[in-house]
Write a protein that binds this ligand. Sequence first.
Ligand SMILES: *[C@@H]1O[C@H](CO)[C@@H](O)[C@H](O)[C@H]1NC(C)=O
Ligand SMILES: *[C@@H]1O[C@H](CO)[C@@H](O)[C@H](O)[C@H]1NC(C)=O
Ligand SMILES: *[C@@H]1O[C@H](CO)[C@@H](O)[C@H](O)[C@H]1NC(C)=O
Ligand SMILES: *[C@@H]1O[C@H](CO)[C@@H](O)[C@H](O)[C@H]1NC(C)=O
Length: 456
Amino acid sequence: MGNEAHDQDYSRKQQAYQQQSHYSQNQKLKLLVLVILTNLLSIYVFTGPLSFHHYPSLSHSESNLILHELNSSKAQLAASQSLLAELHQKLNSTNLLVQALLIELSGEKDKPFKASSNVDHAPVKLGNEDSDSVAIVTSDELILAVGTHKLPFGYSPRLGSDEIHMPVGSACLDFHEELNQYMSYDIGGECPVDDVFSQRLMLKGCEPLPRRRCHPKSPTNYVEPTPLPESLWTTPPDTSIIWDPYACKSYQCLIDRKKKPGYLDCKDCFDLQGREKTRWLFDNGGLDFGIDQVLGTKPAGTIRIGFDIGGGTGTFAARMKERNVTIITSTLNLDGPFNNFIASRGLIPIHLSVSQRLPFFDNTLDILHSMHVLSNWIPDTMLEFALYDIYRVLRPGGLFWLDHFFCYGSQLNKTYVQMLDRVGFRKLRWHAGKKLDRGIKKNEWYFSALLEKPMT
Ligand SMILES: *[C@@H]1O[C@H](CO)[C@@H](O)[C@H](O)[C@H]1NC(C)=O
Ligand SMILES: *[C@@H]1O[C@H](CO)[C@@H](O)[C@H](O)[C@H]1NC(C)=O
Ligand SMILES: *[C@@H]1O[C@H](CO)[C@@H](O)[C@H](O)[C@H]1NC(C)=O
Ligand SMILES: *[C@@H]1O[C@H](CO)[C@@H](O)[C@H](O)[C@H]1NC(C)=O
């Protein structure tokens, strides 16, 4: 995981460089096309029948003829206007071609990349290993999905631009083969069922995913969801989802996986009658803070909306909903249908990786929570990005409950305490403890913290 993020870091740097050169190439090519088209247009205008200088004087007998001529000039003008529109469209599709060309070029540049560039150290390799075959953008849909779209006339002053650029993680464009594969689908038809593949793309910086025009396969025999509040603690029927990408093909199998050996994220969290049932209900004065104790640090009712980063099956949001607090839970469907499960409980899942900038505006949320996900597997810089982002979206006086952060004893004070201070959080509550079981010997620690964004 760490390696992947490192590669990503690296390829982002490279991308930034490439984009610079793309930009100027792009501009040059666009300019060239524009010059050619403008010339075509002027040739048309000056050689066409739009010439008035045959009429030196306006004799009475000729006025009818002039009127006639004017009439036809009007028609000619209309014709050239439509020609202009047509040329405009051609320019616009040339634009797309240029973009495709540049994407292709950047693919070729991946291997013989020279250190003569203005990046600070010479790159070694890019994520795309088998660049023997030149990657080709085969899909018009991809060009549309990552291209630009012209706005109707009159919208530019408010938006500051007359075109909209489609958002997609820049690093995504480095993985040509996967990207082309992902974007080869039946437009207007049924989307391929390839959740695992698409989430791998997300982790490669392809976020938001660029597939936009297909219908997801519907589960057969879907039934209406269980009504609230029973839905909060009800395991949904197996017919509510497509099981294709998962090892398990039923919720009972997911519940039973807690008995199986081997490490899995959130191993027992599909079992709503097990450990999930009591999570955050009791405050043990140590690493386990209670929800009511945390909410009790603020005036009643002032913690109303928030976000749970990597919230498993949504139990934190369920407990908060019972206290009239609305929590959005981010999760990937990595080895289970987490998003679907959360939604079936009547809670809001959001499909987002931890590297993504949070989709909330500054100073808006009352509380952020994260358990087990933010930990020492996240490269330091990326973690600092995430912490600054959490600080950004919290309102003044908002709470950040960092629940069971895992690390080694050597990292605790030196890296993480310093980082949290640097970002600017204020500590309301703090508990560090050695991880039980094998952790004692290996100097493995957890800390739980209740932090606050200062009021000013
Ligand atoms: C001028 O154009 C109008 C429609 O725009 C048409 O009805 C009329 O017949 C035309 N007159 C001549 C003389 O061509
Ligand atoms: C190209 O132009 C057409 C019509 O002029 C417009 O509908 C379309 O969105 C444009 N496409 C792009 C990618 O700008
Ligand atoms: C939540 O809100 C409902 C409706 O306003 C209210 O009846 C209920 O008492 C509230 N529950 C809690 C735990 O505050
Ligand atoms: C971290 O620092 C605190 C206070 O300075 C100290 O009490 C604690 O033992 C340190 N923890 C570790 C794991 O080094």
